[in-house]
Design a protein around this ligand. Structure first.
Ligand code: FES
Length: 176
Protein backbone atom coordinates (compact mmCIF):
# COMPACT_ATOMS: atom_id res chain seq x y z
CA UNK A 1 0.00 0.00 0.00
CA UNK A 2 1.25 3.42 -0.96
CA UNK A 3 1.54 5.96 1.86
CA UNK A 4 -0.06 9.24 0.80
CA UNK A 5 0.93 12.75 1.83
CA UNK A 6 -2.54 13.58 3.11
CA UNK A 7 -2.47 14.61 6.74
CA UNK A 8 -5.17 13.48 9.10
CA UNK A 9 -5.82 14.47 12.67
CA UNK A 10 -6.25 11.29 14.68
CA UNK A 11 -8.82 11.57 17.43
CA UNK A 12 -9.57 8.31 19.21
CA UNK A 13 -12.22 9.75 21.52
CA UNK A 14 -13.47 7.88 24.57
CA UNK A 15 -16.87 7.14 22.94
CA UNK A 16 -15.03 5.74 19.91
CA UNK A 17 -12.74 3.61 22.10
CA UNK A 18 -15.77 2.39 24.07
CA UNK A 19 -17.41 1.29 20.82
CA UNK A 20 -14.19 -0.42 19.66
CA UNK A 21 -13.87 -2.26 22.97
CA UNK A 22 -17.49 -3.32 22.75
CA UNK A 23 -16.95 -4.71 19.24
CA UNK A 24 -13.81 -6.57 20.34
CA UNK A 25 -15.71 -8.05 23.31
CA UNK A 26 -17.84 -10.04 20.85
CA UNK A 27 -14.83 -12.27 20.15
CA UNK A 28 -12.41 -14.34 22.24
CA UNK A 29 -9.33 -12.39 23.36
CA UNK A 30 -7.10 -14.23 20.86
CA UNK A 31 -9.56 -13.58 17.99
CA UNK A 32 -9.95 -9.82 18.35
CA UNK A 33 -8.92 -9.43 14.75
CA UNK A 34 -12.38 -10.70 13.75
CA UNK A 35 -13.73 -7.27 14.73
CA UNK A 36 -11.51 -5.52 12.20
CA UNK A 37 -14.15 -4.64 9.58
CA UNK A 38 -16.74 -3.08 11.91
CA UNK A 39 -13.97 -1.30 13.81
CA UNK A 40 -12.68 0.20 10.58
CA UNK A 41 -16.19 1.45 9.82
CA UNK A 42 -16.44 3.12 13.22
CA UNK A 43 -12.98 4.64 12.99
CA UNK A 44 -13.56 5.88 9.45
CA UNK A 45 -16.96 7.40 10.36
CA UNK A 46 -15.25 9.28 13.21
CA UNK A 47 -12.50 10.63 10.92
CA UNK A 48 -14.31 12.35 8.05
CA UNK A 49 -14.80 9.11 6.20
CA UNK A 50 -11.23 8.18 5.39
CA UNK A 51 -8.33 6.25 6.88
CA UNK A 52 -4.75 7.47 6.71
CA UNK A 53 -1.86 5.04 7.09
CA UNK A 54 -1.27 6.46 10.56
CA UNK A 55 -4.88 5.78 11.52
CA UNK A 56 -4.67 2.24 10.17
CA UNK A 57 -1.49 1.77 12.22
CA UNK A 58 -3.47 2.84 15.28
CA UNK A 59 -6.16 0.26 14.54
CA UNK A 60 -3.47 -2.41 14.16
CA UNK A 61 -1.99 -1.40 17.51
CA UNK A 62 -5.39 -1.65 19.23
CA UNK A 63 -6.09 -5.07 17.72
CA UNK A 64 -2.51 -6.23 18.32
CA UNK A 65 -2.05 -7.25 14.69
CA UNK A 66 0.42 -6.24 11.99
CA UNK A 67 -0.29 -2.99 10.10
CA UNK A 68 -0.19 -4.93 6.82
CA UNK A 69 -3.21 -6.94 8.02
CA UNK A 70 -5.17 -3.69 8.21
CA UNK A 71 -3.79 -2.27 4.95
CA UNK A 72 -4.76 -5.36 2.96
CA UNK A 73 -8.36 -5.19 4.18
CA UNK A 74 -8.68 -1.44 3.61
CA UNK A 75 -7.23 -1.65 0.11
CA UNK A 76 -9.50 -4.59 -0.81
CA UNK A 77 -12.90 -3.12 0.07
CA UNK A 78 -14.22 -0.05 -1.78
CA UNK A 79 -16.14 1.15 1.29
CA UNK A 80 -12.91 2.20 2.97
CA UNK A 81 -11.22 5.35 1.71
CA UNK A 82 -7.48 5.96 1.86
CA UNK A 83 -7.62 9.67 1.12
CA UNK A 84 -9.95 12.60 1.88
CA UNK A 85 -13.16 12.33 -0.13
CA UNK A 86 -16.03 14.59 -1.14
CA UNK A 87 -18.71 15.01 1.53
CA UNK A 88 -21.26 13.42 -0.81
CA UNK A 89 -19.69 10.42 -2.50
CA UNK A 90 -21.88 9.11 -5.33
CA UNK A 91 -20.82 5.48 -5.52
CA UNK A 92 -22.32 4.12 -8.72
CA UNK A 93 -22.47 0.38 -9.17
CA UNK A 94 -20.76 -0.22 -12.50
CA UNK A 95 -21.07 -4.00 -12.66
CA UNK A 96 -22.74 -5.45 -15.79
CA UNK A 97 -26.46 -5.51 -14.76
CA UNK A 98 -26.31 -1.85 -13.74
CA UNK A 99 -24.26 -0.95 -16.81
CA UNK A 100 -26.87 -2.60 -19.03
CA UNK A 101 -29.41 -0.23 -17.48
CA UNK A 102 -27.32 2.85 -18.21
CA UNK A 103 -24.91 3.41 -15.32
CA UNK A 104 -22.07 4.64 -17.51
CA UNK A 105 -24.26 7.28 -19.16
CA UNK A 106 -25.53 8.36 -15.74
CA UNK A 107 -21.98 8.61 -14.39
CA UNK A 108 -21.03 10.75 -17.40
CA UNK A 109 -24.12 12.87 -16.84
CA UNK A 110 -23.33 13.32 -13.14
CA UNK A 111 -19.69 14.16 -13.79
CA UNK A 112 -20.77 16.68 -16.42
CA UNK A 113 -23.22 18.33 -14.03
CA UNK A 114 -20.58 18.54 -11.32
CA UNK A 115 -17.69 19.48 -13.59
CA UNK A 116 -15.43 16.65 -12.40
CA UNK A 117 -14.05 13.36 -13.64
CA UNK A 118 -14.54 10.09 -11.77
CA UNK A 119 -12.31 10.21 -8.68
CA UNK A 120 -12.11 14.00 -8.52
CA UNK A 121 -13.61 16.14 -5.77
CA UNK A 122 -15.58 19.27 -6.69
CA UNK A 123 -13.79 22.49 -5.77
CA UNK A 124 -16.29 23.12 -2.94
CA UNK A 125 -15.37 19.74 -1.45
CA UNK A 126 -18.98 18.57 -1.61
CA UNK A 127 -19.12 15.93 -4.33
CA UNK A 128 -17.21 13.00 -5.70
CA UNK A 129 -18.19 10.31 -8.21
CA UNK A 130 -16.86 6.78 -7.89
CA UNK A 131 -17.52 3.45 -9.61
CA UNK A 132 -17.86 0.39 -7.38
CA UNK A 133 -18.62 -3.29 -7.87
CA UNK A 134 -22.06 -4.87 -7.45
CA UNK A 135 -23.85 -3.62 -4.35
CA UNK A 136 -26.40 -6.42 -4.35
CA UNK A 137 -29.34 -4.34 -5.52
CA UNK A 138 -29.22 -5.43 -9.17
CA UNK A 139 -33.03 -5.54 -9.40
CA UNK A 140 -33.12 -1.79 -8.85
CA UNK A 141 -30.49 -0.87 -11.46
CA UNK A 142 -29.08 1.59 -12.11
CA UNK A 143 -28.26 2.39 -8.54
CA UNK A 144 -25.69 4.00 -6.28
CA UNK A 145 -24.75 4.16 -2.63
CA UNK A 146 -24.75 7.56 -0.94
CA UNK A 147 -23.55 7.35 2.65
CA UNK A 148 -25.32 4.40 4.27
CA UNK A 149 -28.22 4.43 1.83
CA UNK A 150 -29.00 3.11 -1.63
CA UNK A 151 -30.50 5.33 -4.33
CA UNK A 152 -32.19 3.09 -6.85
CA UNK A 153 -33.78 3.12 -10.31
CA UNK A 154 -31.76 6.23 -11.05
CA UNK A 155 -32.55 8.64 -13.85
CA UNK A 156 -31.06 11.98 -14.83
CA UNK A 157 -33.97 13.72 -13.09
CA UNK A 158 -33.24 11.78 -9.89
CA UNK A 159 -29.57 12.72 -10.11
CA UNK A 160 -30.54 16.39 -10.50
CA UNK A 161 -32.75 16.13 -7.43
CA UNK A 162 -30.08 14.36 -5.39
CA UNK A 163 -27.49 17.00 -6.21
CA UNK A 164 -29.95 19.75 -5.27
CA UNK A 165 -30.86 18.00 -2.01
CA UNK A 166 -27.18 17.57 -1.12
CA UNK A 167 -26.54 21.25 -1.75
CA UNK A 168 -29.58 22.15 0.38
CA UNK A 169 -28.33 19.86 3.15
CA UNK A 170 -31.44 17.70 2.92
CA UNK A 171 -29.58 14.40 2.57
CA UNK A 172 -29.02 12.12 5.55
CA UNK A 173 -25.79 10.17 5.06
CA UNK A 174 -25.73 7.86 8.04
CA UNK A 175 -28.37 5.70 9.66
CA UNK A 176 -27.18 6.27 13.21
S1 FES B 1 -25.01 -5.03 -10.66
FE1 FES B 1 -25.47 -3.14 -9.74
S2 FES B 1 -26.24 -3.67 -7.80
FE2 FES B 1 -25.67 -5.55 -8.69
Amino acid sequence: MERTNYKQEINMTQPLMNRINELMSHYPADKKKSALLPILHEVQDAHENWLSAELMDKVAEILEILPIEVYEVVSFYSMYNQRPIGKFMFEFCHTSPCCLKGTEDLMDYTCGKLGVKVGEITSDGLFEVKGVECLGACGYAPMMQLGDFYKENLTEDKIDQLIADCRDDKIILHDK
